[in-house]
Design a protein around this ligand. Structure first.
Ligand SMILES: C[S@@+](CC[C@H](N)C(=O)[O-])C[C@H]1O[C@@H](n2cnc3c(N)ncnc32)[C@H](O)[C@@H]1O
Length: 287
């Protein structure tokens, strides 16, 4: 067996390619900094791609697309982003949203957590003003009850199955102050077409019908277990660091959210369709 086919067999070639891209990107960022092109922390290419961003520009603009609707809805609801309130980025990844939040609203005390230690290492190195930590796939979070004025989370509930969603909603409610706010993005009716590409109009229509009838769709990633198994080899390039159970694509209907999410202790104030990079933004107030 040739070395190349051996690498392919173990799924290593793709991962080595990712690490090669990290080196290429390091050179681009180094040169870019010399000419004043990048004035913000740029994560390794392999981590950046976990946010769906193939280029540094896409990472930056993607951050604006996710941060701006959350900040706008928060301000509209009266959240004082200009004061020293406590804000948690739940599932922060490599700071796509934090980059813009901390720049545009420096007054709050920011906290961030993620199950992926490679992402948290990036945050700890580049965002000393953010208190970040690695957390587990299941609750609890390491914060006392009622600790946060505001929590936001982009593209985490869009990956969890119904059971994990319910336990995380309860945990987020626990650590939110009474009267505090949660802004959570979910895949909804708008993003159906984006997440299930290749479907014809009829198939799309029947999927939409199913979503409206059943309230949710969950499609487990075919490769999540395989990815977790292979993390021992090139962990940094894995998409599922920290994942302990089923992981996939989850789509929720607005009706389902309105009926079930109050069980966790939230009032559903609004569901703004498609505004967070195609995902819906669910605006919740802790009762
Ligand atoms: C698609 S990425 C989004 C990252 C970031 N919020 C952003 O918008 O760029 C999903 C993130 O959720 C994290 N994650 C998944 N399940 C989690 C859990 N149970 N608790 C905390 N973070 C989780 C992953 O490690 C990953 O960083």
């Amino acid at each position: 067996m040739s070395l190349l086919s051996a690498l392919k067999n173990y799924g290593l070639s793709k991962k080595l390619l990712k690490l090669g891209l990290n080196q290429v990107q390091n050179c681009i960022v180094g040169c870019g900094r010399l000419v004043g092109r990048f004035d913000f922390p740029v994560p390794p290419n392999s981590s950046m791609r976990k946010t769906g961003s193939k280029t540094i520009g896409a990472y930056y603009v993607g951050g604006i697309r996710t941060y701006l609707p959350i900040a706008t809805c928060a301000r509209r609801e009266g959240v004082r982003l200009d004061q020293n309130i406590r804000i948690l980025d739940f599932g922060c990844g490599v700071a796509r949203g934090l980059l813009h939040f901390t720049r545009d609203y420096p007054a709050p005390a920011y906290f961030a957590c993620d199950i992926d230690d490679t992402s948290i290492a990036f945050i700890q190195k580049n965002y000393p003003q953010v208190q970040s930590c690695v957390t587990r796939f299941s609750p609890p979070l390491p914060y006392e009850a009622g600790f946060f004025d505001m929590i936001y989370s982009v593209s985490i509930f869009s990956h969890l199955n119904m059971e994990d969603q319910a336990t995380w909603l309860k945990e987020l409610a626990r650590v939110t102050k009474p009267g505090g706010w949660c802004f959570l993005s979910t895949e909804g009716l708008v993003s159906l077409r984006l997440r299930f590409p290749g479907l014809g109009p009829n198939e799309l229509q029947s999927l939409r019908q199913r979503l409206l009838q059943e309230g949710f769709l969950y499609k487990e990633y075919a490769d999540w277990q395989e990815d977790v198994r292979r993390q021992a080899t090139l962990r940094v390039a894995s998409h599922m660091v920290g994942v302990e159970r089923s992981y996939g694509t989850t789509v929720l209907s607005p009706d389902y959210i309105k009926r079930h999410w109050p069980d966790a202790g939230f009032e559903v104030r609004a569901i703004v369709g498609g505004v967070v990079d195609g995902q819906d933004l669910v605006v919740l107030r802790r009762v």
